[in-house]
Design a protein around this ligand. Structure first.
Ligand code: GLV
Ligand code: GLV
Length: 290
């Protein structure tokens, strides 16, 4: 946990065993410490499956993940055991949307390539078409995964609901923010990418698993699409020899969609509140109900 305040929210109420290492909790540490715990505070880097649940035993009442995504937890196994699941929806939507816009512009306006060029003396002079990329003006931005809880009608936000095929063929920019589920796994495959405009840009801030990454690499290498900006990929961290890191038309970020200081503090606190509520037998602030 990253903040004293939410540490306290838990320690005031229960005994806490905390992984304080720099990276994610190692699997054997998790398995070795989860036994007889009543609540489990986890991150998207922790795979919560039947092995962990078996180790935890019958006392476990809640698994709370400090994330909106829940593809790392075996929801069916947890529900089967009558254990509650909590996650952190809504509070990171703005932060992630901001990052999607930043990533879109970084990709389309070639910001990293341009700053790199300036640093190594490739900036010889202002030049009419140097470092140009597609602009947002008059463009169509296709969004996959507008939140279903969103009350606003598509019309009210100047959008139009279209089918997936139309989104692929008509968009100049495609931004993906849907959950990874069996339905969305590799939704973006070779067939989908090949329907996109050669001038289009693909942005992903959801999960790497919604993309057939080899298919994406191929369309980027062959110029079948203009570029891609990815905050998520498969696997994470992306191995240094991945072709994605060598492509000029691909911007890679290390999964920082929700990485605003306040947002992450709020996520941690919400996670702690869910755990305390579950242990008190009260309704959870943000239970995952499927
Ligand atoms: C981030 O990816 C999250 O699911 O919260
Ligand atoms: C750009 O700086 C311009 O003046 O066109």
């Amino acid at each position: 946990m990253c903040d004293k305040k939410n540490d306290k929210h838990l320690t005031d109420f229960c005994e806490v065993t905390l992984w304080t290492g720099p990276g994610p909790v190692p699997r054997d540490e998790l398995l070795g410490n989860v036994e007889n715990k009543h609540g489990l505070f986890c991150m998207l880097t922790d795979r919560i499956d039947s092995e962990v649940l078996d180790k935890a035993g019958k006392k476990l009442k809640i698994v709370a993940t400090m994330s909106v995504g829940y593809d790392h937890i075996d929801v069916n196994e947890i529900k089967k055991r009558k254990i509650k699941i909590a996650y952190t929806p809504d509070i990171l939507t703005d932060a992630t949307a901001e990052l999607a816009v930043a990533l879109l512009l970084t990709t389309s306006r070639r910001l990293l390539e341009a700053t790199g060029a300036a640093k190594i003396g490739e900036w010889k002079s202002w030049s009419p078409f140097w470092m140009c990329g597609p602009g947002l003006q008059n463009s169509i931005v296709g969004i996959v995964g507008v939140w279903p809880s969103e009350k606003a009608e598509a019309k009210e936000i100047g959008a139009e609901k279209v089918c997936f095929d139309e989104l692929l063929t008509s968009s100049d920019f495609i931004s993906v923010s849907c959950s990874l589920t069996p339905d969305t796994k590799e939704l973006f495959n070779a067939a989908a990418f090949n329907k996109m405009k050669p001038t289009s840009i693909f942005i992903n801030t959801s999960r790497g698993g919604v993309v057939d990454q080899n298919a994406l690499i191929e369309v980027l290498e062959n110029g079948k699409i203009w570029g891609a900006g990815l905050d998520v990929m498969t696997p994470e961290p992306l191995p240094l020899d991945s072709p994605l890191l060598k492509l000029k038309n691909c911007v890679i970020l290390p999964h920082i969609g929700s990485a605003c200081i306040e947002t992450r503090k709020d996520m941690a606190m919400l996670c702690a509140k869910n755990i305390v509520a579950a242990l008190k037998g009260e309704p959870l602030p943000t239970e995952l109900v499927l």
